[in-house]
Design a protein around this ligand. Structure first.
Ligand SMILES: O=C(O)CCC(=O)C(=O)O
Ligand SMILES: [Fe+2]
Length: 296
């Protein structure tokens, strides 16, 4: 194990380095405990992987219904966020984690979170939690990486990565996310026309896809009636600004009813931006220390 000290006392590592090696050990132990070795290989080779049966189907039904209900609330309040221009039906439902308790359970689901941790280290945080409702007739989204504002070459240790919760079967016709396997190694933005090389991320309802933010991808066009509902939990490294400032809207009561990592994930431990430099959040500052691992 990386963190193990030698018995003969020849170990001169800095305490922060030992801590960072312990983080590697925890990551390895989790991947093995949860049987995710194949998924890690797929993340390396393809840039994405699909975990099936992450929760009972009833949980996915409830997620879907809740996203549609909140989307309806947005529409009634005149605040719905269209995804496909004024005539299109597709839309985004934002701030989910702050709007219903079911999303707390989703973001803490062990297997997808272990894979996100593998990609970005245990210090990563949630950037946003969105419902993506895609309707028949809208064009596919433009091919992109989930690293907005990051200049090329995009760092190979991804600054952001994503989970896609599959609350409707994903197929070409239903509007599955389109991906170009292996493109996460290119470390740049997709070239025009790249979509021709893409394949749909086929997945059964009840699955969660985890993908490297450097992967070239887009939402596909739905060509059948009805709505494709998917839910992203989008993560970023501690030094990246999140899309949603969840820390400022989630109460202490919600933090207290969740596992300790929840607080970190929503940004409670982040020392930045500082209100008062007399105070540094000790938990967050522990990640200032030296490490050999690009995850931090
Ligand atoms: O809805 C999808 O399938 C993908 C959405 C996406 O990649 C995004 O909004 O960044
Ligand atoms: Fe994306």
């Amino acid at each position: 194990m990386a963190s193990q000290k030698k018995a003969d006392d020849t170990d001169h590592r800095h305490p922060a380095m030992i801590e960072s090696h312990k983080r590697l050990d925890r990551m390895r132990d989790e991947i093995i405990r949860l049987d995710l070795e194949r998924n890690v290989l797929e993340l390396e080779l393809y840039g994405y992987t699909i975990i099936e049966n992450v929760k009972p189907l009833a949980f996915f039904d409830e997620l879907r219904e809740t996203i549609l209900r909140l989307g309806e609330e947005d529409r009634a309040a005149g605040k719905r966020i269209p995804l496909s221009g004024p005539k299109g039906g597709s839309y985004l439902v934002t701030w989910l984690l702050a709007r219903d308790r079911i999303f707390e359970e989703a973001v803490m689901a062990e297997k997808p979170l272990a894979l996100i941790t593998y990609l970005m280290g245990e210090s990563c945080q949630i950037s946003s939690n969105h419902g993506h409702v895609r309707c028949e007739g809208d064009p596919p989204q433009g091919m992109h990486v989930d690293a907005p504002m990051v200049p090329e070459p995009i760092p190979s240790a991804s600054v952001a990565s994503n989970m896609m919760w599959v609350t409707d079967d994903f197929s070409l016709e239903s509007g599955a996310t389109l991906v170009i396997p292996g493109s996460h190694k290119r470390l740049n933005n997709p070239a025009p026309g790249a979509i021709k090389q893409a394949i749909p991320m086929r997945a059964k309802k009840g699955s969660v896809a985890v993908f490297n933010g450097n992967l070239w991808h887009s939402a596909g066009a739905r060509t059948m009636p009805g709505e494709r509902v998917g839910m992203t939990v989008y993560f970023n490294r501690m030094y990246v600004r999140p899309q949603e400032d969840l820390n400022s809207v989630i109460s202490d009561e919600v933090v207290a009813r969740n596992p300790p990592r929840f607080a970190h994930l929503i940004g409670r431990n982040n020392p930045y931006p500082a209100k008062d430099f007399g105070f540094f959040n000790a938990k967050g500052a522990s990640y200032f220390g030296r490490t050999t691992d690009p995850r931090g």
